[in-house]
Design a protein around this ligand. Structure first.
Ligand SMILES: Nc1ncnc2c1ncn2[C@@H]1O[C@H](COP(=O)(O)OP(=O)(O)OP(=O)(O)O)[C@@H](O)[C@H]1O
Ligand SMILES: Nc1nc2c(ncn2[C@@H]2O[C@H](COP(=O)(O)O)[C@@H](O)[C@H]2O)c(=O)[nH]1
Length: 206
């Protein structure tokens, strides 16, 4: 039976490519998507709020969540834990609503193992030079952390083939439009499949 579960959309890509910027711009327009707030052991940046940007938690608490299977996926990224609370995602999808994750690459690949029917979008920089420029210009990382994030970025870009879509973040508005088109097209696809399935069932009853 084809159920009416929501669709899980996963936006991923290297640090500094603009995932957060694009996601925020998308959410100003796409009210039908539900954003899953992650937990992290990273300290809040200026202006970040607990329960809005992240659930900021101590290392021991996140380790307990991992141990008890409360995270759908998690990763240690540049010396901090990041993870997606499982209950929120599963409950929201079950209610028929779409869930949107914005996470790094290791985590996205874990989600793919559990939710092969999810939709995986890789946000790609116009160039590596521009990627570095964006991380540096954001001004939130030390020189050493910029270096680490760029090293991670090169490995992350190699995983791009595992994704369903690649969106170049040249301009934020363009990237948002492309993601909106992906969301729409995935809904059309699933409606078409559901219709075909109904037809098969009906012909079987005759
Ligand atoms: N299309 C764009 N053109 C120019 N600058 C951009 C664009 N998108 C994002 N930026 C800038 O790049 C910097 C990094 O963006 P952002 O913090 O959204 O990246 P991120 O992928 O979420 O990073 P991280 O993974 O480290 O959290 C920010 O200063 C943001 O304003
Ligand atoms: N695997 C996961 N990665 C996550 C999650 N939430 C955010 N992130 C990613 O971590 C890096 C660093 O984020 P920052 O806020 O410290 O710059 C970035 O790529 C995020 O997308 C998560 O739940 N799981």
């Amino acid at each position: 039976m084809i159920d009416k579960k929501g669709i899980l959309f996963v936006l991923s890509g290297p640090s500094g490519v603009g995932k957060g910027t694009v996601r925020k711009a998308l959410f100003e327009k796409a009210t039908d998507l539900q954003y899953s707030i992650s937990v992290t052991t990273r300290k809040p940046r200026v202006g970040e709020q607990d329960g809005v940007d992240y659930f900021f938690r101590e290392k021991e608490e996140v380790e307990k969540m991992i141990k008890h299977g409360q995270l759908l996926e998690w990763a240690q990224y540049v010396n901090n834990y990041y993870g997606t609370p499982r209950e929120y995602v599963e409950k929201t999808l079950q209610e028929g609503k779409d869930v949107f994750l914005e996470i790094e690459v290791q985590g996205a690949l874990q989600v793919k193992e559990n939710f092969s029917e999810g939709v995986f979008i890789f946000l790609f920089p116009p160039s590596l030079e521009e990627l570095k420029n964006r991380i540096v210009t954001r001004g939130t990382e030390t020189e050493e952390l910029v270096k680490n994030r760029l090293l991670a970025a090169k490995e992350e870009i190699e995983m791009m083939e595992a994704y369903d879509y690649v969106v170049v973040n040249d301009e934020v508005d363009h990237a948002v439009e492309k993601i909106q088109a992906i969301v729409q097209s995935e809904h059309c696809k699933r409606e078409r499949v559901a219709k075909e399935y109904k037809k098969v069932l009906e012909s079987d009853e005759k």
